[in-house]
Design a protein around this ligand. Structure first.
Ligand code: GTP
Ligand code: MG
Length: 347
């Protein structure tokens, strides 16, 4: 009997997770000579599967029968293609997803990287590790907790998408950059100030292929001087977004000095403020450094792809390298709190 079932939520956009059960020789026949012999995850490529990329795990061996887990990179279309491909090869789909019963965390994993860290936690691995640490002598315990906690920034980013907000004076190119990043014309771009009045939010996967994580991106209204009542209302919404953001990308214009409120904020920047000097193809009309402003990145729409690549790299750098496959991290808030409790009160 060769059966498969879907473990991930049917509508999940970036990833689908499947469980395959069959005799070893059937699995070898399906995946060809590259079929993994070890327990570890194994990356398949287009030569063995008609899909971009897949990760495969051997989960369980019972006699001749194997249970595999397959993570496919891609949304609805890839899932449908995989289902057809399996059925053409005589595999039978078993009704009903196991997700809610057995894989609640995988069900909720919203990106390839999130799925990877959740997979590393199967079989209560994190709780077991915590118990192992609790049994250590105090000094070793401290080091072990610190090792785990080094991933905490990534852990909270993977549990709940971090929010990146585009902010700045009117008409500086915030929406242009936001749209290029999304590759979709979601926010309204206009040649004249006061175009974007609502905060426009999308979620977007950023990162290297196979280890993308989900972020939320918000485009806001321009923060200017002497604005109409409507624009002032929009500005208040923008400030709310800025206050609750993980990072704010302040877009400013090489050809126009920022409004007073933006200038003041940038002169007193905090760790979450990132400054992008845009429209450098236009004639420079002010010198940022003379006003105490040091942009983190400088560019123009003409080179926007290069600018975006640099921007994405700089944003991801703030989180450090992502956890390698198999790394245990405190993925859930409760797990991070357990680590903190151990640090402040070793047992
Ligand atoms: N020359 C030049 N024009 C640019 C550049 N980036 C954006 N623009 C243009 O600047 C104008 C304003 O761009 P938007 O993206 O609407 O600006 P915004 O900051 O979202 O404006 P508001 O929503 O009004 O606050 C558009 O005509 C863009 O095409 C650039 O690097 N160089
Ligand atoms: Mg705009």
């Amino acid at each position: 009997m060769k059966t498969f079932r879907r473990l991930s939520a049917p509508g999940s956009s970036a990833l689908s997770i499947w469980q395959l059960c069959a005799a070893e020789k059937e699995c070898t026949k399906l995946f060809g000579s590259v079929f993994p012999q070890t327990q570890n995850s194994f990356r398949l490529n287009g030569e063995s599967l008609p899909f971009d990329e897949a990760l495969l795990w051997r989960r369980e061996t019972k006699g001749q029968s194997l249970t595999l887990e397959c993570h496919l990179h891609g949304g609805y279309g890839v899932a449908a293609a995989f289902r057809d491909w399996m059925m053409e090869r005589g595999w039978r789909e078993v009704a009903g997803s196991l997700a809610e019963e057995n894989h609640p965390a995988l069900w909720n994993a919203n990106s390839p990287l999130a799925a990877r860290v959740v997979a590393a936690q199967s079989d209560n691995a994190f709780e077991k590790e915590l118990q192992r640490i609790r049994d250590m002598p105090a000094a070793a315990q401290r080091n072990a907790v610190k090792d785990l906690a080094q991933w905490n920034a990534w852990a909270s980013a993977l549990e709940q998408p971090l929010s990146i907000v585009f902010a700045g004076p009117p008409n500086v190119g915030k929406s242009t950059l936001f749209n290029h990043w999304n590759r979709a014309a979601l926010a309204t771009i206009h040649d004249g100030q006061g175009t974007t009045r609502d905060a426009v939010e999308v979620t977007l996967q950023l990162g290297a292929p196979g280890e993308e994580a989900l972020f939320s991106l918000t485009d806001t209204a321009g923060i200017g001087d002497g604005l109409s009542a409507l624009d002032q209302q929009a500005m208040l919404v923008a400030w709310e977004q800025i206050d609750s953001a993980w990072k704010v990308i302040w877009v400013i214009d090489a050809a126009a000095e920022p409004s007073a409120a933006v200038l003041k904020r940038l002169q007193n920047r905090t760790a979450k403020d990132f400054i992008l000097l845009n429209r450098t193809d236009l004639k420079e009309s002010w010198v940022p450094s003379s006003l105490g402003i040091e942009p983190d990145l400088t560019g123009q729409i003409a080179g926007v792809d290069a600018l975006l690549v640099a921007l994405e790299a700089k944003i991801l750098q703030m989180l450090g390298p992502p956890p390698p496959p198999g790394t245990l991290i405190a993925f859930k808030k409760s797990q991070r709190e357990a680590l903190e409790a151990l640090l402040s009160d070793p047992v």
